[in-house]
Design a protein around this ligand. Structure first.
Ligand SMILES: Cc1ncc(C[n+]2csc(CCOP(=O)(O)OP(=O)(O)O)c2C)c(N)n1
Ligand SMILES: [Mg+2]
Length: 597
């Protein structure tokens, strides 16, 4: 979270300044060092001050990319990510990235200069109503309705992004950057969240003390609260297995004996089989999103009869998706600490029987690892057919090689797509703020710009994006940003020549009637990378995967961005949402041939 003691000091005292100066000094007051965007006349008067204010402006290829970079930056630092653009089209380009940040709970401040107040409503150049567009994808919208309020409202947009755990919008009529005002720069408001109410904490501690098979489900709230040490301590006190919530594989250290892997789509069967046995589940810092516990591998693993304790910093999330026994509105770190304190001195049923549970954990993990080792390729009829005459790599084997070659402390972003989803089984982290998946908004094109923002935030950490070739077509333009702004990252592009995740639905439901899913006549993405000033390599053989990833991540320290184009077969893993599709029903004669038989 925002650490006020580390923040620089802006100008102090009430004094005369321009609104541009007030705006920039408020950014300084909130510790802003980097802003992502595309230049525009709407805010040029403020932009002119950035260098002297110590703010780096990172010029991107597309505003959506800039928004995702701000998201990645905030997810790695825990501080604000900031993006800005030209009124009208520059701002509408932020819609997708803002919605993605909303569902990732990222404190991104989206700065949206708008058309001048003097001509608003006349349908002039680059005019659109910018507040309604973002109203459902931000936690707070500040509109500067008077230039004298520039610092106040700017500061509030920053404060609210932390307080409400998500993106906020700061909308500024472009003429309001100019003029003379008298104002004082507000200091950031830092609100400490507590552990939760005494009654709910007592009830949770009693339940945990009596639990014979407690399981902790560790979510993104632990990452955001920097609470991993407290989560580890609590797990050790209870000797409870710990699963990661869906796409938060960095919420608990994978090297820990109690770690059992992620739940959800393409997650760990060890985690699923163990949570199925739980009599008490502690959902620590997770909203228990509806997709996070969908059945997988034909397993219904959510323990319907277990008592559920849910901890979330947002009270509205408690009991929203799943019925719960105890809800605690608290900061996951503080709550974990408070539970450790309450459990001290209590007789714990889970300690009395810990040997058998530890044996269960070790056995479940061993079985799952062995299954992954042997799972060289997908075994459904279609996958076998398309891969039998292919010389390309099996995606799963390639993902295993990548996993083994990951450098210490790596950050990995993942896109939406079949191979990215399968990678969930092969991504393990020992450090929080390391996994940056496209969260529930699930937009293709998320991973590459997000890892660029992460790299700006943590230049000394290796940064790797996993991207399907379809999603790559949407996002490779940001190679320009890497090269131009010297932000070295590695992108691993899975070339299977298709929008695979969607094709899987054609295979499962539409008898292979493919419409719009083949990505024929793609360029060589390795050559495209080279033409854009990055390194590009095509990887055909499994034995080259590990060495290529190691070399590419190492080359980041020499300032090199590398695109590794992995040539993989067209086989496809399980689909994301079998539950959401139905076999085709047709009533009109014209379409009868497409009806399910
Ligand atoms: C912006 C956006 N458009 C469309 C979709 C629907 N969609 C989900 S996965 C997918 C296919 C991804 O293909 P690719 O990136 O090549 O990865 P693959 O599935 O082949 O591994 C599509 C089109 C989406 N999630 N986001
Ligand atoms: Mg693909």
């Amino acid at each position: 979270m925002n650490k006020p003691t580390e923040l620089p000091t802006p100008v102090t005292g009430k004094q005369k300044m321009t609104p541009s100066e007030a705006f920039v000094e408020t950014l300084v007051a909130h510790g802003v060092k980097d802003v992502f965007g595309i230049v525009g006349s709407a805010y040029m008067d403020a932009l002119d001050l950035f260098p002297l204010a110590g703010i780096r402006f990172i010029s991107v290829a597309h505003e959506q990319g800039g928004g995702h970079m701000a998201d990645g930056y905030s997810r790695v630092t825990g501080r604000h990510g900031v993006c800005i653009a030209q009124n009208g089209p520059g701002i509408t380009n932020f819609v997708t990235s803002t919605a993605a940040a909303y569902w990732a709970h990222s404190p991104v401040v989206v700065i949206t200069p708008e058309t001048g107040s003097g001509t608003l409503g006349l349908g002039g150049f680059q005019e659109t109503e910018q507040l309604p567009i973002f109203s459902k994808i931000t936690k707070f919208q500040a509109h500067v309705n008077n230039r004298t309020r520039m610092a106040e409202l700017t500061s509030r947009a920053f404060d609210r992004a932390h307080l409400e755990l998500g993106p906020t919008q700061l909308n500024i009529p472009r003429d309001f950057f100019y003029g003379d005002i008298e104002c004082e720069i507000p200091r950031p408001i830092a609100i400490e969240r507590g552990a939760g109410g005494d009654r709910s904490l007592d009830a949770a501690a009693d339940l945990l003390a009596s639990a014979k098979f407690p399981v902790i489900l560790c979510g993104g709230g632990i990452v955001m609260a920097d609470g991993q040490p407290e989560a580890v301590r609590l797990a050790e006190v209870l000797q409870a297995p710990v699963a990661n919530s869906y796409l938060h594989n960095d919420s608990f250290p994978a090297k820990h004996a109690l770690w059992v892997g992620p739940l959800g789509y393409q997650g760990s069967k060890a985690a699923m089989s163990l949570i199925a046995k739980a009599d008490v589940v502690l959902a620590l810092g997770t909203r228990l999103g509806p997709f996070g516990t969908l059945p997988q591998y034909g397993m219904e693993y959510w323990p319907k009869n277990a008592k559920i304790i849910q901890v979330d910093a947002d009270a509205k999330m408690l009991g929203l998706v799943k019925p719960i026994t105890v809800g605690i509105c608290g900061d996951a770190r503080a709550t974990a600490q408070a539970l450790v304190e309450r459990l001290a001195g209590k007789a714990l049923a889970s300690i009395a029987n810990k040997e058998s549970r530890l044996a269960d954990i070790a056995a479940a993990k061993k079985t799952w690892e062995a299954e992954l080792d042997g799972w060289a390729h997908e075994k459904d009829a279609w996958s076998l057919e398309v891969s039998k005459s292919s010389t390309h790599m099996h995606p799963r084997q390639m993902l295993r090689e990548l996993e083994k070659a990951m450098p210490e402390g790596v950050m990995v972003s993942t896109d939406i797509g079949n191979i990215c989803s399968v990678s969930n089984s092969y991504l393990r982290f020992n450090r929080p703020r390391s996994m940056l998946a496209a969260m529930s908004f699930g937009n293709c094109g998320y991973a590459f710009p997000t890892i660029i923002g992460a790299k700006v935030a943590a230049p000394d950490r290796a940064a790797v994006a996993y991207v399907g070739d379809g999603a790559w077509g949407m996002s490779f333009g940001e190679i320009q940003t890497c090269v131009r702004e010297n932000i070295p990252v590695t992108a691993v592009v899975f070339n299977n020549g298709q929008w695979g995740a969607e094709k899987k639905n054609h295979v499962d439901f539409y008898e292979n009637r493919f419409v719009g899913v083949n990505l024929d006549k793609q360029p060589s993405w390795a050559k495209v990378a080279q033409a854009m000033g990055a390194e590009g390599q095509t990887i055909e053989k499994l034995s080259d995967v590990g060495p290529a990833l190691r070399a590419a991540t190492k080359a980041q320290s020499e300032g090199k961005t590398t695109i590794l184009e992995m040539m993989v077969t067209r086989e496809l893993g399980d689909p994301f949402r079998r539950d959401a599709l139905a076999m085709p029903v047709r009533h009109l004669d014209k379409y009868k041939s497409t009806a399910a038989r």
